[in-house]
Design a protein around this ligand. Structure first.
Ligand code: FES
Length: 259
């Protein structure tokens, strides 16, 4: 499939190879189209389905391709420019083929100070890969894509990393290296909490809302909430503390006129 895409217009540019409808069929076949319709049915407005739809594309292709963006645009009656704007804004949508495992090392302030920078450096050397680069052939057994990530919302367990969005808390350089070496051998280490590891594409399928692949049953019921994180909520429940009720109506401050 020709990856021709003009990001400056609302029209997609179709090269001779990309225009071949048979080629389109091979990837986004009737099954995927039916799943896309199921996603759309979840929302009152079809355009609201774009985020899970992009995850569906990644579950099929391992990243978001120009073809995948055209597929979303067609399904949701959006322009390819609108789809592109969303796909390039969120870091969870990958523009390069992803490995079997995506390793995200938090290098935001707290994790960086607690050792996240050293962990990222060590993994980068081990994998001979930089940000969003893959050791091994993307998608093949044992392939690992490395990325540094902004705050992963687990600062109480800094430094943290995620593998396919599952948490590995309180990391050390040695422990992170061990985990990544195991992944390269095709072994799946158990995350600190949450669901067992699945392949990147299977994880993406779950993020699209389909819990029918490998590990999906566990993922549907697993809780990633650590006792430390929800301790405040637990204590409030035990002591009967509640927040004051929300008023029926809240008076908002007037919006100043535009000058
Ligand atoms: S700074 Fe790393 S999880 Fe928040």
């Amino acid at each position: 499939m020709t990856e021709q895409f003009d990001y400056t217009t609302t029209e997609h540019v179709v090269g001779p190879e990309a225009a071949d409808p048979a080629a389109e069929e091979t990837v986004f076949d009737e099954r995927v189209r039916a799943e896309a319709r199921l996603i759309v049915e979840r929302y009152p407005e079809s355009r609201s389905a774009l985020l899970p739809m992009l995850h569906l594309v990644q579950s099929v292709q391992g990243h978001v391709t120009a073809e995948g963006m055209r597929f979303c645009a067609e399904q949701l009656a959006l322009s390819t420019a609108e789809v592109n704007a969303v796909a390039t804004f969120y870091t969870m949508y990958k523009r390069q083929p992803c490995g079997q495992f995506l390793v995200s090392v938090c290098t935001n302030t707290l994790c960086a100070a607690m050792g996240g920078d050293e962990i990222y450096r060590a993994l980068s050397e081990e994998l001979e890969a930089g940000h969003e680069e893959t050791a091994g052939t993307p998608g093949a057994e044992g392939s690992v894509t490395l990325e540094h990530a902004e705050c992963l919302a687990a600062c109480d367990f800094a430094p943290v990393l995620q593998v396919n969005y599952e948490y590995f808390d309180n990391q050390t350089v040695a422990g992170a290296l061990e985990t990544v070496r195991a992944l390269r051998r095709g072994e799946r280490r158990s995350p600190t909490r949450g669901a067992p590891l699945t392949d990147f594409r299977d994880t993406e399928r779950q993020l699209a809302g389909f819990f029918d692949g490998p590990g999906a049953e566990e993922a549907a019921t697993a809780s990633a909430a650590a006792p430390e994180t929800v301790r405040g909520a637990d204590q409030a429940r035990e002591r009967g503390w509640t927040a004051p009720p929300m008023p029926e109506e809240v008076e908002l401050p007037p919006i100043p006129d535009k000058k």
